[in-house]
Write a protein that binds this ligand. Structure first.
Ligand code: NAD
Length: 268
């Protein structure tokens, strides 16, 4: 088995200075890809991750951009393309929550979540697709002209009271990804999503921090453990590789069975 199936490819991971994005950036580096670690804050942590990725013998660099801002996204892609010439893999990972009961949800909370989780994916995918289309397929690199992977969520399909803005953004990611997959297929650009279940990261600290919270979280996970960023990193690295070349327009749930409606396991 080829342990570096992404050798020679160039990837950009948004929101890669923590949690799932960090895990994905490390996994892509271990699989042989050069990696841009995009960050919105904490440049020192991004720089440390870059140095650690480089120990796999690949190139890496940290680039700042708020993915919800068009000019910052364009500047980030220009910097990557002028340094490395091309992008082969985009992982749209940056995301956040601004939770509130619906009647108290502010327009600012709504716009912030939609702006990062959905508009951010649009801006980055558009910049990546333009470059992938221009270059086309290079069989010595990959069977596809490029791969775009969106980090969705089980809340693409599980409604989530108290998090209407977040669930709406992830439901949107589902149709965004599929429509984009339909449009970009003739260019041989593969577009898919990975939808994580409960992964231990800063975004959901309250859900696993105390033993009681962890117990109640585990009731939602048939497989009986909380996921790790490395679980998602491995899935993304495989999905980006030519081993997954015929997978297109799909959301793959990596969730320990959270979408199996575990409350029905012992009868309805
Ligand atoms: P996290 O908070 O550790 O990571 C989110 C990252 O996005 C951070 O690095 C943050 O700096 C970055 N970010 C936020 N706003 C940004 C912006 N405007 N521009 C660029 N980067 C920005 O949380 P995480 O759990 O690693 O989340 C990563 C993704 O996974 C999100 O899209 C989230 O919705 C999704 N997800 C997480 C879980 C989970 O259980 N942790 C489950 C399903 C989906």
């Amino acid at each position: 088995m080829d342990h570096q199936p992404l050798r020679g490819q160039r990837a950009l991971v948004t929101g890669a200075s923590s949690g799932i994005g960090e895990g994905v950036a490390r996994a892509l580096g271990a699989a042989g890809a050069s990696v841009v670690v995009n960050f919105a804050s904490k440049p020192d942590i991004a720089a440390k991750i870059v140095e650690e990725i480089k120990t796999s013998g690949v190139d890496a660099m940290a680039l700042h951009a708020d993915v919800s801002k068009e000019a910052e996204v364009e500047a980030m892609f220009s910097a990557m393309l002028s340094a490395w010439g091309q992008i082969d893999i985009l992982v749209n990972n940056a995301g956040l929550q601004r939770d509130a009961p619906f009647v108290e949800l502010t327009l600012e909370q709504w716009n912030t979540v939609l702006g990062v989780n959905l508009t951010g994916m649009f801006l980055c995918a558009r910049a990546a697709a333009r470059s992938m289309i221009r270059r086309g397929v290079r069989p010595e690199i990959s069977r596809a002209a490029g791969k775009i992977i969106c980090i969705s969520s089980v809340h693409e399909v599980i409604p989530w009271a108290g998090h209407v803005n977040y669930a709406a953004s992830k439901g949107g990611v589902g149709m965004f990804m599929k429509s984009l997959a339909q449009e970009l297929a003739p260019h041989r650009i593969r577009v898919n999503s990975i939808a994580p279940g409960a992964i231990m990261t800063p975004i959901n600290r309250a859900a696993w921090e105390t033993p009681e919270a962890l117990r109640s979280l585990l009731r939602l996970i048939p497989y009986g453990r909380v996921g790790t960023p490395a679980d998602i990193g491995r899935a993304v690295a495989w999905l980006a590789s030519d081993d997954a070349d015929y997978i297109h327009g799909q959301t793959i749930y990596v969730d320990g069975g959270m979408t199996l409606y575990p409350e029905f396991a012992k009868g309805g």
